[in-house]
Each structure stands twice: as structure tokens, then as C-alpha cells.
Design a protein around this ligand. Sequence first.
Ligand code: SF4
Ligand code: SF4
Length: 440
Amino acid sequence: MKAVTFGGGIHPQYEKARTAQLAVTPLEAPDEVVIPLSQHIGAPAKACVEKGAEVLRGQVIGEPAGYVSSYIHASVSGKVKDVAPAPSMSGAEVMSVIIENDGNDQSEAPEGLGNDWTNADVDQLKDVIYKSGIVGMGGAAFPTHVKLSPPSNKPIDAVMLNGAECEPYLTADHRMMLEHPDAVVTGLRIVQQILGAKRAMIGVEQNKPDAIKTLLEVASGKDIEIVPLKVKYPQGAEKQLIQACLGREVPSGGLPMDVGVVVQNVGTAAAIADAVVRGKPLYERVVTVTGAAIAGPANLLVRVGTSIETVVAACGGVQGELGKLISGGPMMGLAQYTDAVPITKGTSGILLLSTAEVDGDPPGPCIRCGRCVRACPMRLPPTEIATYSEKALLDDAETWGVLDCIECGSCAFECPAHIALVQKIRLGKVAVMATKRKKN
Ligand code: SF4
Ligand code: SF4
């Protein structure tokens, strides 16, 4: 099969060898979990348990506070110690449910549909996904029930799973495709049934030949296309994946549904299958713990609400000098100032970079080399947008496409002058969006 790709992009060092061959191992549930009520895009959930309440694993502890919001479930059984603001990976304190683990790991009786899911109607399937708190697990954490409810004037003819995992260092999705290919494929078929799409496909980068082979075997006879992708960053970004697999271009300011496509991450697909078939809500996920500064890199199955500190300790602690702690990958992840923050549904990795792995060079002046423009997968002029954003010339930043930036970091990665292009662009984007909101 011929591998496909998109225009632009970069080729960073992938650094996946530390964990690519390590099977996922479950991490023992900690003595205490701190479960943020805001771990998704949209309105934070509202706590529906109080201090002192006894809860079971899988029990609802937070209810959606709007359409774009999500259910939150307990990841251990035990007693609610508090419902209070606590530090989170976003850098802000968010309202959280803190549970003392009683060590019994008692769960609510699961109510999955089993293999009868094929006979369920669309609303029933969507309701299970909604009540199971499923959100995008590739990092964005967008509530899945919303993505599966496109307006009637946007028919979907193709559903696609993102198995690219183009972020360097991360291998959680790779392991998911290798170890749970049935769940991945079942999740895709559930999404296809909900949306009534003719085509179903899974895009996987060529640097995971074992995953491609496994999925080909499991998907055989099910009318699912396994599409090999060239190894290039950001191949897994929705718009780039659609361009590579279908040759369709999502219009400026548009969404995949505008070109008849819905994209889900492979981990999300497996979570959908777990919810629908087994009745398991989303309260744990696979996290890659890696980087030169961690003693024992691993792929771990971690309960939501476990602290980074606990995860790092379970992997043997820090080795050498820690340069940077990141949640997610090095390109789009969030640098953390403390390890006393919890893992959430969107945490694909914990990255401990050594000082040698961190770019410590100070920024210099732009030398007009154009490398950032060639790297940009959205065909934007990063220098102009960053400059206008920095100078708060928001109309100009918008004219040059600040809202189309997907914050992939390719421009900054290529910049020989080490200019913090993405940070500047991100600030411009936030300011433009705030102005628009005020106007509306
Ligand atoms: S301008 Fe935005 S989309 Fe383009 S390379 Fe930079 S971060 Fe990526
Ligand atoms: S890559 Fe850096 S130095 Fe080159 S044009 Fe872009 S901002 Fe300027």
C-alpha cells in the first residue's frame, strides 16, 4: 500500500524507542485521587457528591453543566475527602473531587450492551457514550457525544481513526493498537453506525508496521481501510489526516464535518467500545512515561486523578538533571511547574526531558530565512502572525490567519533564531477570540 501525507510539516527526532516495545502495565491505584471536574473542552462538570460520601469505582461524581461538557466518574472506591479547588495541569486551580481510596476497588455493576450493540439505535449508543464521560483522548479532550452529533445539513460519509501518533516520544496509541485492536476496530464500527458513514478508515504512520499488520488482520472482512501514512509531524492533526487520507481540504475556520468527515483518536475508539460493549466509563487511560530523565520509561494504565508525582515514583523516579516536565508530547504538550497535579482523561504522556534534551538557546532576531513558512502545515506565514500578535495588531493577525493556526509548533521547531513563534501566536489567537466574544 502506498503511504500518503500532507503538504508542509517537519521531521523531528521521534525518540519512541524507549517505550515502543513495552507492553502496557496497570499502575496500582493510589491512596488518594484528585479528580478535576474540568478535564474536557467546554463547561466544567458540576459535582454531584459531597464531602463524606462513599463512592464506588465508575460512579458518577460530576454531571455535565451544558451541552459541551462531560460526565466525570470516580476512579477508585472510597470516601470523598473534599470537593475543592486543586492545582491542575492547565496551571490554574480547578474544582476537584478528592477521594480517599479504601483499597477495595468496588465498582458499580457494569451495564454494557455486549455484542448486541449492533441492534441498538443511534440515540441509545450516543447516550451510553455521553453517560460514560467519553472525550477525545488524543489530548484535545473534546466531548465525544458532541462530535457524534453533527447538524443534519452536514452529512458524514467517512469516519476516520487517528493512529498516527506523530508526537515524538509518545507510544500510548501504538500500544493500544497492538494490544487492543479489537476494541479499536469495534469503536470505529460503533462510530460508523452512529453517523451512518459509508467509509471507515484508520490512518497509521509507517513507523508502526506492527500496528498496521495487526489492524489489517483484525479489520479483515469488515470493510475498514487501514491507511499507511508517511512519517511526518503533524500527520495526526485532524485537517492534515483528512488531507492525506481523502485529499479533502477543511476550509478556513471550518471543521472536519464541513467536508463530511468525523475523526476520533484510536484510544477514544477503544474507550467507546469499552463503554458500549462492557459498560465501562472512562476513569483510566494509557499514559506513556518517557524522556531521558526518567529512570524506568513505561506505558502505564493510570487511574484518572493519580498525581504525576506518583506516576514518576512508580517509574523509578528522576535520573540525572530534569530539564523540563511536560504533560503530553514535546510539540503540543503543556510544561508543568509542579508534579503535584493529576492525570486526566486527556493525558497521553508524561515527559521528563533532561537538560540536554531542552532547547536552552536564547531567541535572536528573525533572519527572514522562510523555514517557518515552509514548515507550516496550514500554509500560514508564522512570522507575520507572531509579529502582529505581539504588537496587539489583532485585525492584521486575523487577516493573516491567526485563527487557522493549529498550534502544532512546527514553525518554532524549524526556526534557527529560536523565536517563540507559537507562544506569540497563541496569545494573539486568545486575544482575537476574546474580542470576537465581546462583540457577540
Ligand atoms: S503557524 Fe501555527 S499551524 Fe503554522 S507551523 Fe506555526 S504553530 Fe503550526
Ligand atoms: S524560521 Fe525564524 S528566522 Fe526564519 S523566517 Fe521564520 S521566524 Fe524568521
